[in-house]
Design a protein around this ligand. Structure first.
Ligand code: PNS
Length: 159
């Protein structure tokens, strides 16, 4: 079975994430969308909420599983017998950071990282920007699934 992980903070999942996961699901037998912690980011949603939103957003993909993990991505890969990681590249600045992480993960455990270029439609899109726009009551309906839009509205209501 050809298995790959699409890891991320998914705080919250965006249409850009779903595009990558869906494309990965066409290339692999099984895709694990893994919610992990990025220590350089302060989270808005709890890991449980992120998982629930990601599950709902990927429910139409029969070969996508969503899991949460506290720890190193390479340990998650080892525990789940996953030989490869897919990461999206939106820009050259993404590449600088992603290359370093990919090489570290290879050095730590021999896990390969495969880069998928972002759909140009979503190359400007990030969870951070979505949160900023939503926090000012801006329209994010073309950027996230309706249930995510509602969760953002609920979270920022009364702020
Ligand atoms: O969506 P993000 O924030 O770009 O995802 C980054 C993430 C969560 C995949 C990354 O920070 C990660 O792998 N975290 C788990 C801990 C880890 O393995 N860090 C990398 C060490 S080189």
């Amino acid at each position: 079975m050809r298995r790959v992980v699409c890891p991320g903070s998914f705080d919250p999942v965006t249409n850009g994430h779903i595009d990558i996961i869906g494309r990965a699901a066409r290339q692999y037998d099984e895709v694990i969308a893994a919610v992990l912690t990025n220590i350089s980011k302060r989270g808005l949603f709890s890991p449980e909420d992120r998982v629930a939103m990601l599950r709902e957003a990927t429910e139409d993909y029969p070969n996508v599983r969503v899991q949460q993990f506290d720890g190193l991505l390479v340990d998650f890969c080892r525990e789940n017998d996953i030989p490869g990681i897919i990461r999206s590249l939106r820009s050259v600045s993404d590449f600088d950071y992603e290359l370093q992480i990919a090489q570290m993960n290879y050095q730590l455990a021999g896990v390969e990282t495969l880069f998928m270029t972002a759909n140009p439609q979503y190359s400007f899109l990030s969870s951070s920007l979505v949160k900023e726009v939503a926090s000012y009551n801006g329209d994010v309906s073309t950027l996230v699934a309706p249930h995510v839009e509602q969760a953002l509205r609920d979270r920022f209501a009364g702020d």
